[in-house]
Write a protein that binds this ligand. Structure first.
Ligand code: F6R
Length: 344
C-alpha cells in the first residue's frame, strides 16, 4: 500500500466495520442479475482475508441451500466445477496469483463467474470476458475490509434468488456491531473491555482458539488469522467436536510449553446441547494444565450477526495484543515479501 499506515489506522478500520455493511446494502448488484439460473454448486475462490468471507458464506448456506458451497484456496478449482457452477472470485487487490489462476480455470471449465475486487488484473480479466465485476471500496488492507469482502457475496446470492433474508441479517449485523463497539473500543478500560481483557490473557502466551462446527468455526479461524497478521504472533484454532477426538489428548507434555497456552472458546447460544456438555467437560480436563481458559459469547439472533460479533471481539483483541507487543498491526511485510519473491 502506498499510504503509510500507522497503528491507529487499524482502530479506524475496525471502528468503521458496521459502516462497511451499511455501504454494501446500498450497492448495485444488478450486473449479476443475468446469472440467475439453477446451479449444481457454488465455489468461492480466494486467499487469506479475501477467502474467509467464503467460509462465512459456506456456513450461512449450510442450512439454507440444497447445493454445496465450497471454498477454494488454490490455483486450480475442484474437478466437479463445470457449466452448472457459480464461481465467486474474490481478491481485494485483484492481483493475487492463485485467484487469477483459479479464475482462468473457472473460465476454461465454462462456469458462471462473478468477480469481487477493488480492481487489478482480476477486474481487467473479468471485464474483458464480459463477466460481472462487483467493485469493492479500496484503500484498506484486505483483512480490514471483511464487511466489503463478505456482504456482497451473500447479497448477490439473495439477488439471484438463491437465499432469502440476507439483507435483514446484514442490517442486524450493523445494529449488533454498533452496540458492541461501544464496549470494546479503545476508550474502554480493561476491566470493562472484553477485547482488552482477552488480549491481556494472550500476551506472552500461545493463543489456542476453539470454535464449534457450523456455528463459531469461521470466527475461530478468523481470530487465528487476525492474531497472526495484526499481532504478528503464532495462534492456532480448532473446532468442537473434532478437537475432542485428538487435540484434547495433547496437553500433557512438554509441561512448561503447555502452561504457555491460552485457550479461548467461542460460544454460541445455538451450539448443539451435546457440544455445550463437551465444552464443560473439556474445561475440566484443561484445569491446571494451560495458562488460562476464557470464553466469548456471540451476540444477536441471526447467524451473521452472531458470527461477526465474535469476529469483532477477536479483531479488536488482536490489535490490543499488537499494542501490548509494541507492534504496528497494519503492515504485513512477510506477505508482501513473499508475493514479491513469487513475482521474480
Ligand atoms: C492482508 C490479508 C491477506 C490477503 C491475501 C490475499 O490484509 O488479509 O490475507 O487477503 O494475501 O490478497 P487479496 O485479498 O488482495 O487477494
Amino acid at each position: 500500500m502506498a499510504v503509510e499506515m500507522g497503528p491507529e489506522m487499524m482502530f479506524e478500520f475496525l471502528y468503521n466495520l458496521p459502516a462497511q455493511f451499511e455501504g454494501c446494502l446500498k450497492m448495485d448488484f444488478s450486473k449479476a442479475s443475468g446469472l440467475k439460473k439453477e446451479y449444481a454448486n457454488i465455489v468461492v475462490t480466494g486467499l487469506g482475508g479475501s477467502a474467509i468471507g467464503g467460509d462465512i458464506l459456506r456456513c450461512y448456506c449450510q442450512s439454507r441451500l440444497p447445493i454445496p458451497v465450497v471454498v477454494n484456496r488454490d490455483y486450480m478449482l475442484p474437478r466437479f466445477v463445470g457449466p452448472d457452477s457459480l464461481v465467486l472470485a474474490v481478491s481485494y487487490s485483484g492481483n493475487t496469483e492463485e485467484t487469477l489462476s483459479a479464475y482462468e480455470d473457472a473460465r476454461e471449465k465454462g462456469a458462471s463467474i462473478i468477480a469481487f475486487t477493488t480492481g487489478g488484473k482480476l477486474a481487467e480479466m473479468a471485464a474483458l470476458d464480459g463477466n460481472p465485476v462487483i467493485t469493492i471500496t479500496g484503500g484498506l488492507v484486505p483483512r480490514a475490509a471483511t464487511g466489503y469482502l463478505f456482504a456482497p457475496l451473500v447479497l448477490v446470492l439473495e439477488r439471484l434468488g438463491l437465499v432469502s433474508g440476507a439483507s435483514e441479517d446484514v442490517k442486524e449485523t450493523v445494529t449488533v456491531l454498533t452496540q458492541l463497539r461501544e464496549e470494546i473500543e479503545p476508550g474502554r478500560e480493561e476491566d470493562s473491555n472484553r477485547a482488552r481483557f482477552i488480549a491481556g490473557q494472550l500476551y506472552q502466551r500461545i493463543p489456542v482458539i476453539w470454535g464449534c462446527s457450523s456455528t463459531s468455526e469461521v470466527a475461530a479461524m478468523r481470530w487465528k488469522g487476525q492474531i497472526n497478521e495484526n499481532a504478528k504472533a503464532p495462534a492456532y484454532f480448532n473446532v468442537f467436536p473434532e478437537l475432542n477426538h485428538n487435540e484434547i489428548v495433547g496437553f500433557e507434555v512438554p509441561e512448561d510449553l503447555v502452561k504457555k497456552l491460552a485457550v479461548i472458546i467461542l460460544r454460541d447460544p445455538d451450539d448443539h446441547g451435546r457440544i455445550t456438555k463437551r465444552i464443560e467437560i473439556t474445561k475440566d480436563i484443561l484445569q491446571g494444565k494451560v495458562s488460562s481458559v476464557a470464553e466469548v459469547e456471540a451476540r444477536g439472533n441471526s447467524f451473521l450477526a452472531k458470527t461477526y460479533s465474535l469476529i469483532y471481539v477477536g479483531d479488536y483483541a488482536s490489535v490490543y495484543l499488537a499494542e501490548l507487543y509494541g507492534i504496528n498491526p497494519t503492515p504485513v511485510q512477510v506477505i508482501d515479501y513473499l508475493k514479491a519473491r513469487m513475482a521474480e
